[in-house]
Design a protein around this ligand. Structure first.
Ligand code: HEC
Length: 433
């Protein structure tokens, strides 16, 4: 798969940035639930069989049946978002060294493979008893592929924060070898489980009146398990938020980033509070609030990332502009020299003095050539004469200086610049005395 990315227009850029946030929210939430449902279902299926426990087996089945959704949902929440995020990223990062198309191709392929295996795992429940190992293998492969897909996604998003590495890192995956990237991977994984816990509470008990027959001992177990999972994983999120803010690269930091981060933390505390109440008072209807709050938290995290990315990009653009300014100045200089319209200046004169004359000349002491302070008096008020000498040195004191001064091969405007600089400096030295 390859796609061409057209150069962006300003009004599209802003849109592209919002698209990235909104579609990332869909993608992150759904891939989280898919991953969480698969790994939990696999674990419960295994325990159900080995411990001969009906509750576990039933839960493992309900997880994939309730949370995975149809292929229509996969198209809407995985395929379209990944492709659109890829194109939007391409627009935002157009002309930079980040290999957007390559990275998103990898994310897309890994994600699709993970989803296909997750669905095969779901299907294998039908023949679970006859072919249990196959069932486990499909689930295991799906879980591994989800790890790989999420790692690819997280590392690409992290990489976008380190523009200075875009050119250097050439591996197929944008591994920045930064510790922060592994922390962000763990952040994503634990967030996935928190979201899955919230989704179980929401879709088992609240969505559309709740699933049928989820009550009694089974309902209690599901509620305790998912409430506990949400609470535990949400508590962990606070640590990761602090880590995220602390390890951002310097150019990515700003007040926006901190304020959004603090708001996100506030949402986390609310979730913890509700999850705790749910467990404490057995109030399963709180799931109605917890799941949407988890989405709000995700949104804050994505907006926070957006600010950080904008900061990094602004810094990168600033550096590029600086570099191109310098480059343009050099080109302009060359062009002027060619056309003979280059104008002499003190700055050029100083450069020439440092580069070409100072090996043989100082103002106050004689080295190879005479001290300027000893010879310049005759050129006072006669820039032309000085320029003529510098352009084409003739012997002045052959006794003192046999061989004279070698021709320095300067262009006329350079000789004039050097002359201007010498006169200026000479005047300064005179005035200082
Ligand atoms: C390789 C050594 C060397 C370099 C490089 C050199 N000079 Fe000289 N310069 C000399 C010597 C030797 C003399 C004395 C020549 C003489 O008296 O015949 C001299 C003399 C001069 C004088 C005095 C002329 C006079 O009328 O007495 C000026 C002015 C001067 N140099 C300017 C420059 C400038 C400007 C540069 C750089 C673009 C430069 N020199 C680079 C060796 C050098």
């Amino acid at each position: 798969m390859g796609f061409d990315i057209a150069p962006p227009r300003a009004e599209h850029l802003l849109l592209a940035k919002y698209i990235i946030i909104v579609l990332s929210l869909l993608f992150v939430s759904y891939i989280s639930i898919l991953f969480g449902a698969t790994i939990l279902s696999l674990g419960f299926s295994f325990r159900g069989k080995s411990e001969n426990n009906e509750t576990f087996t039933r839960f493992s089945r309900d997880l994939v049946d309730t949370l995975m959704g149809s292929w229509g949902v996969v198209t809407a929440l995985v395929i379209l978002p990944v492709l659109t995020i890829a194109i939007s990223f391409g627009q935002v990062l157009y002309g930079t060294d980040m290999k957007v198309a390559q990275y998103f191709t990898i994310i897309f392929v890994l994600t699709m493979l993970a989803v296909v295996f997750a669905y095969a795992f779901k299907k294998s429940f039908a023949s679970r008893d006859e072919n249990f190992n196959m069932h486990l293998a499909l689930g295991g492969i799906a879980v591994l592929l989800f790890h790989a897909a999420i790692f690819a996604f997280v590392s690409t998003m992290t990489f976008a924060l380190y523009p200075e590495n875009w050119k250097i890192i050439t591996s197929a995956l944008p591994l920045t070898y930064e510790w922060s990237m592994f922390a962000r991977f763990a952040h994503f994984m634990t967030l996935s489980l928190a979201i899955t816990g919230g989704a179980i509470l929401f879709f088992f008990f609240n969505w559309d009146g709740g699933k049928e027959n989820v009550d009694g001992a089974y309902g209690d177990y599901v509620q305790k398990f998912s409430g506990g999972l949400t609470l535990g994983m949400t508590v962990l999120q606070t640590l990761f938020m602090v880590w995220f803010l602390a390890t951002l690269p310097q150019p990515a930091k700003s007040y926006d980033v901190y304020i959004t981060g603090i708001l996100a933390m506030g949402v986390l505390w609310l979730i913890c509070y509700f999850a705790f109440s749910l467990l404490h008072d057995s109030k399963v209807s709180l799931g109605k609030i917890i799941f949407p709050l988890l989405m709000v938290f995700c949104l804050f995290v994505l907006v926070d990332e957006h600010f950080a990315r904008e900061n990094s990009l602004a810094y990168q653009n600033y550096k590029l502009t600086k570099m191109s300014d310098k480059f343009l100045a050099e080109v302009e200089q060359l062009r002027a020299e060619r056309s003979g319209s280059a104008t002499p200046s003190l700055a050029v004169g100083e450069e020439i003095f440092t580069a070409k004359c100072s090996i043989c000349h100082q103002f106050d002491v004689r080295i190879v050539g005479p001290a300027y302070n000893d010879v310049m008096s005759k050129y006072e008020n006669d820039l032309e004469a000085l320029k003529t000498f510098i352009l084409n040195p003739q012997p002045v004191n052959p006794n003192d200086y046999p061989g004279g001064m070698p021709n320095q091969g300067l262009k006329p405007y350079e000789a004039e610049s050097a002359a201007m600089y010498l006169m200026e400096e000479y005047q300064k030295q005179q005035n200082a005395q």
